[in-house]
Structures are given as C-alpha cells and as structure tokens.
Design a protein around this ligand. Structure first.
Ligand code: ADP
Ligand code: MG
Length: 490
C-alpha cells in the first residue's frame, strides 16, 4: 500500500503529494488567516489518508464530525463526558487504533483546553505495545498552545501547553505525529511550532506572521510579500514529507463538508441500535463524576452515547490499517554512509556549486530528515567542507587513499577546498591538470579572473606549485606530497 497522498496541485497542475510515513516522523505546521483554507486543507489530508493511518482530530469547532459517516471516525462530544471518561476513551482509542474526532464546540474555552489536555495526555501515556502510528490533528492550535497568557487561568494554560508540547516534542517515539494549524504563528507557543519540519503557509496579512512564515520556508524577506497575496486554498509548502524546495500548492477538493454548512434542515437524531435508544432514554442525569463543563447549557437532545457504549463502538472499529510500528531510525554506524550518499547525490546536481552555502546546507538538512537521520550529523561549517570534498569526488573522508591529501588540505580555507582537492586528485592520479572550465565549475564561479587569483593564492600559500612547459602546457605540483599532475593538453 502506498503511504503517499495527493493534497492538490502545483502551478503546472502536477500533483503535490505528502508522504505519510515521513509526516509521522517530521510533523506539520499549517498557518493562514481565518478563511485562508486551513480546515479545508486538514480535511483533504484526513480524507486522503484515512485508509492508511489512524487519525485523531482535536476539533474546537466541531467541524470534522462529518468524517464519521463516510470514513468511520468515532465522534466524541467533549461536553458529554467527565474527565475520567475522556481519559478512558483516549486509552481505548490507542488500544483499538480507532480514528476519532474530539469535538469541543460544546465547551467554553477553558473546558476545551482541559478536555484536550486530558485526552492528549492519555494518548501519550499508552503502554508501549500500543505505540502505533497515528496522526494527531489540532485545528486552531494557538488556543491549546498559546504563546502568551490570556483570559484563562494559569493552571489550565500550563496543563494544555504541556500536553501540546509533549505531543510535538516527544510524541514521535510513541507513534503520535502532531499536525497543527494556526491562524497566527505569533500566537502559537514557539516550542510547539519549532518541532514541525513540514510547513504549509497560506494567506497571511500581518507582517510579523508573514516574516516568521517566510523564515520557516527559507524565503528571503523580499519574497515574503507573496504570502500576503495567496488566494484562499493556496499554500506554500516545504519539508521532508512534501518537497525539498518551496512549492506552491492549490489544495484539492474534499468529499465531506464542514458541519457549519450542512445545517439548515436537521433531521431528528438517527439512533442505529436499540442500546443507543436505551442509553438516550435512560440517560442518568445523576452521573457520578461532574462533566468537564459544569457551566454548560444543558445538552438539549444530543445523541452522545454514554462512555461505555462509546467504548464498545471504539472497540468494534476495525482499522483497515497496516499495524506495523514505524520503521526504525538508522543506527549511528549507518548514518555516516547515508551522509556520504547524500553528499555524493548533491554534488552530482547540475549547478550545485553555484548555490549559496546556506541554501545548500538547508537542502542537506532536509535530505537528512528524509533519510530518517534525526539529529543533524554535520553543522554548517563541517557541511561546507564535506560538500567541497564531495564536489572533488570524495564523499567519504575516511577513504585511506585520501588521508595524505586531507592532512595537507586542513590548511586550505573552506571556499578554496573544492578546487584545491580537484587539483590534488589529478596530481595523485598523475592525470592531466584540470582546465579552467573544470576549476570554475567546482569553485562556483564564471569569472576567469577569479580562477587566476585562486591559483595565485594557492601558490603563494605554498600549497601548490604551478609549472608551464615550453609549449605553454600547465601542470600543478603539490610540494608537501611530491606529486604532480600531467601537463594540461592544449
Ligand atoms: N482549496 C479549496 N477549494 C475550495 N474551497 C475551499 C478551499 N479552501 C477553502 N475553501 C472554502 O473556503 C472557506 C474557508 O475555508 P476554511 O478551510 O474554513 O478556512 P480556515 O480554516 O483557514 O479559516 C470554506 O467555505 C471552505 O470550504
Ligand atoms: Mg478553520
């Protein structure tokens, strides 16, 4: 089964896909003003991935309950249960891998936060044998992980923020992949936003949010303006599960509607089983535990089943989902081989040496994450030198054939390393001296003057000796190693 879903199209109408397995490991942050199409985007992602992965939706507006019928999500009306029941329900969801929507629209903000926190904590606390992969989608995430104190009590804010932080920072190991959507990046707690490696940025009006979105996308500030001009349903995407370079994506159609628009004529509740009818008629108002929402207006005539009935429903869910836990992360010993491969691939890309070091490094970090290398094996400076080696045909610095050359190369500045190693390689092989075109390519310049200055500089530093024979053919010697290229054939 393919773990890739189609979320929309780019400007050339080619499909843009999200790799769900990668998404599980690298999480997603969605930003856009109200009405920019975030919930639609989440719905598209949920609908497309429903057959392949368990889904848990924290839904403050009760928008996603419409997924229940076509996709079998169990709806939990947060207003109908006590804290203890919410915790029990969440535990069962982990056990049975049921997809659910936790609808919080019947609750006041503080109760919403408390309910979501209890629910997330219980998902998080599941025993190890239940750590199956699940997408945990939190719409309007700034409510649950606010950057600043607001109207709610400190206690509730801390509780909710801690649950969200756990989800985003430590959920991966437990199979939980946070997908958060927010109207305003500046209102979302930084540590929650920082854990996502995939971004989809929609229309954004305020400069401060636009600047942060542009930073996350690796865009220059002057390009950031385009984020303001995005149309509804259009997003800029970047990240290991989406694309290595920013792509414009127009989110595709959805099958289910949001509840808000399907409201006009509501039929009486359809009760499918006798137990449900029983539960409804015998709903005992004297429940032992208070519901989370003591100040709730009485739930007029909703058909929220009691917790035990809902648990039965959860247990009956038959996920048609691959129950394999996540593929393991590479061992430390494999990482060096992966890094070498990545560097070799990057060095083969046309025009790579003409790219600014910062964008090469960003490309490298994304490629590492795509290969499941989680903590960055090289910093920006180390990367620059390793990339130069790869450009000169040496992706693996432990290669014993290169030990002498690399010892001498320690004295060579970062920006001159690739051309120096290219000369050294030719000398070691006693091959012809590289011509100016080759040196210009590895040096990342198109100026013949810079090549002359480069050779002068290496010679003045004592790293090379240039020789021109009687027929004007150039050769280069490395005095420290006593090796020399053959003369360059004219
Ligand atoms: N890609 C899209 N294609 C068609 N309609 C869309 C698209 N994105 C959003 N819409 C519509 O625009 C409106 C606002 O979108 P919504 O997802 O609710 O925005 P947000 O959650 O960002 O406030 C909704 O009526 C939605 O159906
Ligand atoms: Mg929305």
């Amino acid at each position: 089964m393919s773990a890739v879903v189609d979320i929309g199209t780019d400007s050339a109408r080619s499909p843009i896909r999200i790799d769900i397995e990668e998404l599980l490991a690298t999480r997603l942050l969605v930003q856009g003003n109200s009405g920019s199409g975030k919930s639609h985007l989440l719905r598209r992602l949920l609908e497309e991935s429903a057959p392949i992965v368990q889904q848990v939706v924290i839904d403050p507006e009760g928008d996603f309950v419409t997924l229940a019928e076509p996709y079998g999500h169990v709806v939990i009306d947060g207003a109908a249960y006590s804290g203890g029941e919410i915790t029990r329900l969440a535990a069962r969801i982990r056990e049975h891998r049921a997809s659910v929507v936790l609808a919080l629209d019947g609750l006041e903000i503080e109760a919403q936060m408390r309910c979501a926190a209890l629910f997330l904590n219980a998902l998080f606390d599941a025993p190890r044998e239940q750590w199956f992969p699940a997408l945990v989608i939190v719409d309007e995430a700034q409510m649950f992980a606010p950057a600043a104190a607001g109207d709610v009590t400190d206690e509730v804010r801390r509780l909710s923020l801690a649950a969200m932080t756990n989800l985003m920072c430590r959920g991966r190991k437990r199979g939980l992949a946070g997908i958060v959507a927010t109207q305003r990046l500046a209102k979302l707690a930084k540590n929650v936003a920082a854990e996502a490696s995939n971004f989809l940025m929609g229309r954004t009006f305020l400069d401060i949010d636009m600047a942060r979105a542009a930073d996350l996308l690796g865009m220059e500030r002057r390009q950031a303006e385009q984020i303001r001009d995005l149309q509804r349903g259009h997003f800029l995407g970047l990240g290991p599960a989406i694309s290595r370079r920013p792509v414009a994506v127009r989110i595709g159609a959805v099958r289910t509607g949001s509840r808000a628009v399907s409201h006009q004529l509501s039929p009486p509740p359809q009760l499918s089983t006798a137990e449900e009818l029983h539960a409804l008629l015998h709903d005992d108002p004297a429940v032992e535990e208070p519901t989370l929402f003591d100040s709730a207006p009485p739930q007029a005539f909703t058909a929220a089943p009691d917790a035990d009935l809902l648990i039965e429903r959860i247990a009956a869910t038959e996920p048609g989902i691959d129950p394999e836990p996540l593929a393991p992360l590479p061992e430390t010993a494999e990482i060096e081989a992966i890094v070498s491969e990545i560097l070799a691939d990057m060095a083969l890309e046309e025009g790579c040496t003409y790219q600014p070091p910062a964008s090469l490094f960003q490309d490298f970090t994304v490629r590492c994450r795509m290969r499941r290398v989680r903590s960055l094996p090289l910093d920006a400076v180390q990367f620059r030198r390793r990339f130069a080696m790869a450009v000169a045909g040496l992706p693996d610095p432990t290669d014993p054939d290169w030990a002498d050359i690399l010892r001498v190369a320690r004295a060579v500045p970062d920006d001159l390393l690739a051309p120096f190693l290219t000369l050294a390689r030719a000398a070691r092989d006693a091959g012809p001296c590289p011509d100016d075109g080759e040196l210009a390519r590895v040096y990342g310049t198109s100026s013949p003057g810079r090549i002359r200055r480069l050779l002068d500089h290496l010679e003045r530093s004592g790293l090379i000796v240039l020789r021109t024979d009687f027929s004007g053919r150039r050769s280069v010697m490395l005095p420290d190693l006593g090796i020399s290229t053959a003369p360059l054939e004219g």
